[in-house]
Write a protein that binds this ligand. Structure first.
Ligand code: SF4
Length: 324
């Protein structure tokens, strides 16, 4: 059995390029306690790509984008799942693991996209566009998913839209994702006015300035960015696709037009790549900390619950997506 300092020293080796030595002692104690608590409670931690490196690389068991977390959550062999991410992700984990206890360390970890639409909005859209299927981004509440025909993520949105075999779909709530997918498909897309508060702030002028300041930089943009930003980028894809791009293409300099922690997490694996970091923080993702993950496991909070009727309908929409 390793003592605390030996165990955490091994973990620090993984993240030393992105966490200064002076910051590490503030993390080590919580990390050590969380590793023990996971064993005691037969718990796993699912962490989104936007979590900070001390969570993503030091305590998480499963990491990835929304789609990967949703998929992997189905095969989790544990009594407890702690979702290091935002509330809709914890609800999705609960939908796919109804028998397990799912915890979210901070109930305030919301999402501007998820908050932009309600179940009632979808019922009104269906009245306005009868028989047009509703494709819902996973960044939505369980109640909104329950009103939808099928879910999608930024990684599979085009495939999901085209799988329906119809000329027109409603795709919500992210207007920019809908516009970016519309540019790639013949299917007509009716969009909603929701935006991600992190990605909507990037502009084409940001990219032009980056190219001037960092000659040769490769620009990768998330599809939640406005279409004119995606048009100026060298590549656009989900967080998983951006990570794969860096691993496969190995650009000498790269900038990821997305949430700040993503660059840190990818940089840990690619010492040879220079990461330029003009990123935007997601205040919701940043509500999750080592301290509240520890408390979640110690005090079994906050337990995610979903009304059974809503859960049944929402699960169907997620499972239809996973079958595409
Ligand atoms: S980054 Fe954007 S889409 Fe993701 S949780 Fe934050 S506000 Fe929501």
């Amino acid at each position: 059995m390793l003592n605390t300092s030996a165990r955490t020293a091994m973990l620090y080796d993984r993240v030393r390029r992105v966490i200064p030595p002076i910051e590490w002692p503030a993390f080590a104690d919580d990390i050590d306690a969380i590793l023990d608590l996971k064993q005691q409670r037969n718990a796993v931690i699912l962490a989104h790509n936007y979590q900070t490196p001390e969570i993503f690389h030091c305590v998480a068991d499963i990491v990835g984008d929304s789609l990967a977390l949703a998929r992997k959550a189905m095969s989790v062999d544990a009594d407890v799942i702690v979702l290091a991410g935002v509330h809709f992700m914890a609800e999705t984990a609960k939908l796919l693991n109804p028998q397990k206890t799912v915890l979210i360390p901070d109930l305030g970890a919301g999402c501007s996209l998820a908050d932009s639409i309600t179940a009632e909005d979808i019922r009104l859209l269906r009245q306005r566009y009868p028989r047009v299927p509703v494709v819902t981004y996973v960044n939505t509440s369980a109640a909104v998913k329950a009103e939808s025909d099928i879910c999608c993520t930024s990684g599979n949105a085009k495939a999901v839209v085209e799988s329906l075999g119809v000329p027109r779909v409603i795709m919500l709530p992210d207007e920019y994702l809908a516009q970016n997918i519309a540019a790639q498909t013949a299917v007509e897309i009716i969009a909603w006015k929701g935006h991600c508060e992190v990605h909507e702030r990037f502009t084409p002028a940001d990219i032009r300035q980056l190219r001037e300041d960092h000659p040769g930089v490769t620009v990768l943009a998330h599809p939640e960015c406005p279409p004119e930003v995606v048009a100026e980028a060298d590549f656009s894809g989900s967080t998983a696709a951006m990570s794969d791009y860096v691993g496969q293409q190995k650009p000498s300099r790269v900038v990821l037009m997305t949430e700040c922690s993503m660059s840190d997490n990818v940089a840990v694996e690619h010492a040879e790549v220079e990461f330029i970091r003009p990123c935007n923080l997601c205040p919701h993702m940043k509500r999750i900390t080592l301290a509240n993950i520890r408390t979640a496991l110690e005090q079994n909070r906050h337990v995610v619950t979903i009304d059974p009727e809503i859960a049944g309908h929402a699960r169907l929409a997620v499972e239809r997506m996973l079958a595409v």
